[in-house]
Design a protein around this ligand. Structure first.
Ligand SMILES: Cc1cc2nc3c(=O)[nH]c(=O)nc-3n(C[C@H](O)[C@H](O)[C@H](O)COP(=O)(O)OP(=O)(O)OC[C@H]3O[C@@H](n4cnc5c(N)ncnc54)[C@H](O)[C@@H]3O)c2cc1C
Length: 456
C-alpha cells in the first residue's frame, strides 16, 4: 500500500533534515528517507568528524609548543584509539539530537534506499520496504567522493575521506592527491600524528577559490607545519605495488604507505538509477530553477545535488529558502555571500570575491590589510601568524574578505554579515569592537582599505 505525505524527502543531511523539521513544524505530513545515518555526509563523514580529529591534532600541536607560553608539558603523547572514540562520541551525540528533533516534530523517518518513481512516488528498499507518495518530493541526496574509474579502487590502500576518517592506523607516509579543503585538513591531521605527508595539487595553487596571494603565502606556513606541498604537479601512474602505493611525481618515482584521493566530490544521483524518471542535469548536478524545482513538476532538489558551493551551510540555506518559498515568499537564492572555511591551523576563511574575481568582473575595490602580529589579542594568545584582508568598494561596501590566522572560521562571520546585508557608508566603521579581540584585525583591514586605519 502507498503511504501518502505532503512531502517526501530523500536524504537526511544538512539539506534534507532541516527541510523536514521546518515543514513538519508547520503541520505538514513529512517522510524522510535515509539509507545511511541522519546528519548525512556532514555529520557522519565530513564536517564534524574532521573537526573532531583536527581538535585533537591542534591540541597535540599546542602541547608540543607549550613552551611558547612559558608552560612545561612534559612529553606529549596520544592514543589514536581514544581520539577516534571521542570523534565517534561527538558524532553519535549530534546524531541522537537530530533524531530526537525529527521525532519531536512528527517526521516519519524511513530507513532504506529511495528510488524516484513517476507521479511523485518513491520506492524504498531495504529492511523497511515502503511505497511513498508525496504532494511534493525533495531530493536532498548530497554527494559522494568523486574518484574517476581510472584511479585504483582498492580502498585499503587508496583512501577517500570516508576511509581516512575512520582508519585505525596512522600510515608512516601518506600521499594526498588534491590540495583542496579536504586534502589539507586531513593531511594536517595525519602529519600531526606522525605521518610524513605529501600533498600534490595539479592546479598552480592550493585551495582553488582562495585569493592567489594568500594561497601562495600559506605554502611556507604549511611547510613549517610539516606538510610537503607540491603545486602545479600531477600524480601519474598511481598503482598498488607489493602493498604500497607507487606513482610518479614530477618524473620521479615515489612510494607511500597509503594514498588519500581528495580530488573532489560529485552529486549522488543514484536515486534515479533503475527509475524511468529522467531529470535534466547541469553537468553532474541536477538542474533546478530559482524555486529549486527540477524538470519534473513537484520534484525539488537542494544541497550538494544542485549547482553551487558544496558546503553544509549552503545545503541548509537551500532548505530554508525552499521552505520560505513554499510559505509564499518571493525571490530566489543568493549565493554571493557563502563563506568558505578551512579548519587547519592556521585557519583560513573567505567570503565574497577574491581580488582576481573582482578584477575579472570589473568590480572597483581597494584592498586593505592588517597583520595579526599587530593585534594585541593574537600576540597575547601566542598566535601572531595571519592576516585580515578586506576588499572595499568606493561606497564602503564589502566586495570580499579573506582571513587566515587564529579563529578565522569564526571571524569570517562579521564580513559575511556586512556583505549579506550590503552595508556601506560609514556604518561599519562606527561599530564598537571589543578590545582586545581578534575581531579588531578585520576592522583595521576594512579601515585600511578606506585609508583611515588607526594602527599602521
Ligand atoms: C571530509 C569532508 C569534510 C567536510 N567539511 C565540511 C565543512 O567543514 N564545512 C562544510 O560546510 N562542508 C563540509 N563538507 C561538505 C558537506 O559535508 C556537504 O556539503 C553537505 O553534507 C551536503 O549536504 P546535503 O544535505 O546536500 O547532502 P549529504 O550531507 O551528502 O546528505 C545526503 C544524504 O542522502 C542520503 N541518500 C542519498 N541517496 C539516497 C537514496 N537514494 N536513498 C536514501 N538516502 C539517500 C545519503 O546517505 C546522505 O545521508 C565536508 C565534506 C567532506 C567529505
Amino acid at each position: 500500500m502507498t503511504a501518502a505525505y505532503d512531502l517526501v524527502i530523500i536524504g537526511a543531511g544538512p539539506g534534507g533534515y532541516p527541510l523536514a523539521l521546518r515543514q513538519a513544524r508547520k503541520g505538514w505530513k513529512v517522510a524522510l528517507v535515509e539509507a545511511d545515518q541522519v546528519g548525512g555526509t556532514c555529520l557522519n563523514w565530513g564536517c564534524i568528524p574532521t573537526k573532531a580529529l583536527l581538535a585533537s591534532a591542534k591540541g597535540l600541536h599546542f602541547l608540543r609548543h607549550a613552551d611558547r607560553l612559558g608552560l612545561t608539558a612534559g612529553t606529549p603523547g596520544f592514543s589514536w584509539d581514544k581520539i577516534q572514540e571521542r570523534k565517534d562520541t561527538v558524532v553519535a551525540q549530534l546524531r541522537g539530537g537530530i533524531e530526537k528533533l525529527l521525532t519531536g516534530a512528527g517526521v516519519t523517518l524511513v530507513r532504506g534506499w529511495g528510488t524516484l518513481q513517476p507521479d511523485r512516488k518513491v520506492t524504498v528498499t531495504g529492511s523497511e520496504p515502503a511505497e511513498l507518495e508525496g504532494k511534493r518530493i525533495c531530493l536532498a541526496v548530497g554527494s559522494i567522493p568523486g574518484v574517476p574509474a581510472v584511479f585504483p579502487q582498492d580502498r585499503s590502500l587508496f583512501w577517500t575521506s570516508n576511509e581516512a576518517l575512520y582508519t585505525r592506523e596512522i600510515p608512516d607516509t601518506l600521499l594526498v592527491v588534491g590540495g583542496g579543503v579536504i586534502g589539507l585538513e586531513l593531511g594536517q591531521v595525519f602529519a600531526e600524528f606522525g605521518s610524513k605527508v605529501t600533498v600534490v595539487e595539479m592546479m598552480p595553487q592550493i585551495l582553488p577559490g582562495l585569493d592567489t596571494a594568500t594561497a601562495k603565502r600559506l605554502l611556507p606556513v604549511f611547510k613549517k607545519a610539516g606538510l610537503e606541498i607540491l603545486v602545479g604537479q600531477k600524480v601519474e601512474g598511481l598503482q598498488a605495488d607489493q602493498g604500497r602505493v607507487t606513482c610518479q611525481i614530477g618524473g620521479q618515482t615515489r612510494i607511500f604507505h597509503k594514498a588519500l584521493l581528495a580530488i573532489g566530490r560529485r552529486p549522488n544521483l543514484r536515486c534515479l538509477e533503475g527509475s524511468p524518471v529522467k531529470l535534466e542535469q547541469k553537468g553532474p548536478f541536477l538542474a533546478v530553477n530559482e524555486r529549486f524545482e527540477t524538470s519534473q513538476p513537484g520534484v525539488f532538489a537542494i544541497g550538494d545535488a544542485v549547482p553551487g558551493p558544496m558546503l553544509a551551510h549552503k545545503a541548509t540555506y537551500d532548505a530554508e529558502q525552499l521552505a520560505r518559498q513554499w510559505d509564499g515568499e518571493t525571490g530566489g537564492p543568493d549565493y554571493r555571500s557563502v563563506p568558505c572555511c578551512v579548519y587547519t591551523y592556521p585557519e583560513i576563511a573567505w567570503v565574497g570575491l577574491s581580488e582576481e574575481e573582482a578584477r575579472r568582473q570589473e568590480v572597483p575595490y581597494k584592498a586593505g590589510r592588517f597583520l595579526f602580529s599587530a593585534n594585541g589579542r593574537a600576540l597575547a594568545m601566542g598566535e601572531p601568524d595571519g592576516q585580515a584582508k578586506a576588499l572595499v568598494d568606493p561606497e564602503g561596501r564589502l566586495v570580499g574578505a579573506v582571513l587566515w590566522g587564529p579563529e578565522a572560521s569564526d571571524l569570517i562571520q562579521e564580513p559575511t554579515l556586512l556583505r549579506a546585508l550590503d552595508v556601506g557608508g560609514h556604518a561599519f566603521s562606527q561599530v564598537i569592537h571589543p578590545h582586545p579581540t581578534l575581531s579588531e584585525a578585520f576592522l583595521e583591514a576594512y579601515e585600511n582599505a578606506l585609508g583611515r586605519n588607526l594602527h599602521g
